[in-house]
Design a binder for this molecule. Sequence first.
Ligand code: ZN
Length: 434
Amino acid sequence: MDKLGWHSLGTSFACPCGATHSLPIRACVVAPGAHRDLAEYARAHCGPHAFVLSDENTRAVGGDAVLSALASAGKRITEKVYGNDPIDATTALGEEVRAAAGGCDFLVAIGSGSLGDLAKYAGDKLQRPVLLYPTAASMNGYTSGIVAVKVNGLKRTLPCQPAEGIFADPDVCATAPARMTAAGIADFLSKSSSSTDWRVAHRLRGGYFCERPREFFDTTTESVLHAAPLVGRGDRGAYKTVLEALMLSGFSMVLAGSSAPASGGEHLISHFIDMKAALDGSPHDLHGTQVGVATIHCLGLWERILALDPARIDIHALADSQPSEESIRACIDADWGPIAPEVQAQWAEKRLTPEALASELSRFRDLLPSLREECKGDLLPPSAVEDAIAASGGPVRPEDLTVPPEVYRDAVLRARYIRNRFTVLDLARELGIE
Ligand SMILES: [Zn+2]
């Protein structure tokens, strides 16, 4: 098997890791004039009746091009256009889209995060192909097999069939606000920390891990670091680089069968903020913007963790210094009120008894020298991510997010309770690093 890349689209193969990996996305185009590729794809592979989802902003940006190309390809079109206010993907909205698209042969979403997720949600339920026309290089979800939706007010990532085709025009995405592209750069670079979380979770707790998804990134990280300042100056070629990187990041999740390669402790911090926003109406920021600031924090934790001297890791002192189970449970109740039972259940799946914790710490101490070597290829210095986000026009400090400072501070300390996935936030706390 060749190294994984764009040619892997539509393939599946048995991997030495034991899994059969497949990439059911059939077309992914990042090029000027991508609306024509979308229409060509629809002409060749989709039925006669298109359902096109957009909002007033994204329709103004890409609507004319996509709709007239689809019409030229002989497609009948039913449209749904949401208003100007930012929409939150909820299961209720997903069901609304599903009902509206029910009589159509395929779905097309013109837009970024939420619109794409709503189309993927509805397409999955209807078993109809979905084609995406991104209008911003703002996140890596276009090519993923999950949708982020609120279920009863709680942010959840639900598995779904990935979009069949993604058609992104860098010239169109370049018209999005700089903050959105900076968010995309941050969402991509977060995999430096998250893929390390994934690898170390495997080494310490035995969870599933495979080396292959990282092949998508071999040279991509350098390209994105190089493109970041050019994006800040409006260079069109740099938008193409960022869009391609985001597509590859999504592929890595589809291949792994979970978000683990691209979602670790930094994403938990962002999800904590989003969940707080849903619960008590506090403001949140763009997904990638929050993830970027949190990535700088998490890479700093990794730097300190891997620099520890094994001889100075005092296992018994560390085991004694962990917060008690009662105090954690009380903390979760206070944070999450009506949804605390769900959070308690997530935490219960990964918490360790004092004995298991001591043995994990001793395993870590023994593995530390080899972990340093194994993680070297993925980890970036926090300053490299900070410089890239800043150069592309995004915020790098918690106080520059549109998030209350106390919510961000709580997220850093307590986001590890909201999900059963073992991340750097757990390891840092176990090692007394904050
Ligand atoms: Zn993300």
